[in-house]
Design a protein around this ligand. Structure first.
Ligand SMILES: [Zn+2]
Length: 178
C-alpha cells in the first residue's frame, strides 16, 4: 500500500464531516471532500530524535518493530499535544531507556516519512544532542531490541532506519567542527 517516500494509495476515502465516499488526496498534504468541500490537512507531524553520545561513541537503538524492524535508529518519537520538543525528547528516553537526559543541545531538523498502520505520516524530526554518563540498563523491549554504541566512522548508512538518521549524524558532525 505504501512506500517510504510519502507516496501512498489513498486510505482515507470517506469524508469525516459528511460521510460521503468522496475524499480526494492531493498526493502532498491535504484531502478534499468532493461532496461538501471539507479540507483535511495532513501536515508534517513534529517528532524528536537524539544523537546521544557516550564519550566518543554514538548510541543506536535497534528497532523491535516495523517500520524498519531490525535497523539501527537514533532514539526518539512523536511530540505529544501541548508538549515542547525538549519535553518530548526527555519523555521518550525516560519511557524507552529509563533514565533522565542531561543538557540538550538543539542541532537542527530533518524531514522524514513514517509508515504506521498503512498510513504514511510526514514528519519534521527535531534533532538534539545529549551526552550520556553511562549505558542505559533498562530497555522497553516492545520498542528497542538492543542498544549499540558505534564510533562515527563505524556507522554504515545502509544499517540505519531512516534518512533523517543520516541527516542527524551529519548535523552532529557539523557542530563538532565548530
Ligand atoms: Zn464531505
Amino acid at each position: 500500500m505504501t512506500d517510504n517516500t510519502g507516496n501512498q494509495h489513498q486510505m482515507l476515502r470517506f469524508c469525516p464531516k459528511c460521510g460521503a465516499e468522496s475524499f480526494v488526496y492531493d498526493n502532498f498534504k491535504s484531502f478534499t471532500c468532493a461532496s461538501c468541500g471539507f479540507v483535511f490537512y495532513h501536515n508534517a507531524a513534529a517528532a524528536v530524535m537524539g544523537v546521544l553520545t557516550l564519550e566518543d561513541r554514538i548510541l543506536f537503538a535497534r528497532r523491535a518493530h516495523d517500520p524498519a524492524r531490525g535497523k539501527l535508529d537514533l532514539p526518539g518519537g512523536f511530540v505529544d499535544p501541548n508538549e515542547t520538543a525538549a519535553e518530548a525528547m526527555r519523555r521518550e528516553i525516560k519511557e524507552e531507556m529509563g533514565f533522565d537526559l542531561g543538557i540538550l543541545k538543539y542541532l537542527g531538523t530533518a524531514p522524514n516519512y513514517y509508515v504506521w498502520g498503512g498510513m504514511v505520516y510526514p514528519t519534521c524530526d527535531i534533532i538534539f544532542h545529549a551526552e550520556l554518563m553511562e549505558m542505559p540498563s533498562v530497555l522497553d523491549k516492545r520498542e528497542i531490541s538492543e542498544v549499540v554504541l558505534l564510533a562515527p566512522d563505524r556507522v554504515v548508512p545502509e544499517d540505519l532506519a531512516f534518512p533523517s538518521n543520516v541527516a542527524a549524524l551529519e548535523l552532529w558532525a557539523c557542530w563538532q567542527e565548530k
